[in-house]
Design a protein around this ligand. Sequence first.
Ligand SMILES: [Zn+2]
Length: 104
Amino acid sequence: MRPRKVPLRKCVACQEMKPKKELIRVVRTPEEEVLIDLTGKKAGRGAYLCGKVSCFKLAKKSRALDRALKQTVGNEIYDQLEQDFISVEEQFLANKELISDEDE
Ligand SMILES: [Zn+2]
């Protein structure tokens, strides 16, 4: 029996390494939009955050997404993302159990 490899990603806010399914991906699309990507499959540069609003708030305070996405993220974008984050959090937690570790 060989151990299953769980892909780890780092939360850009608290810097913790976690399995991908514990994290919410934020993506900068080729159109330079910054969006929450629950599917984890959108094209573009991605940054990961724990699925907790507290980590989003930390990222907002430290402007961690600016650095991770290599783009200046405006305050209004952070505000919009924060609202989106809150609204997807519940869905994210509900879906988490259904997402496979073996997606790559
Ligand atoms: Zn975190």
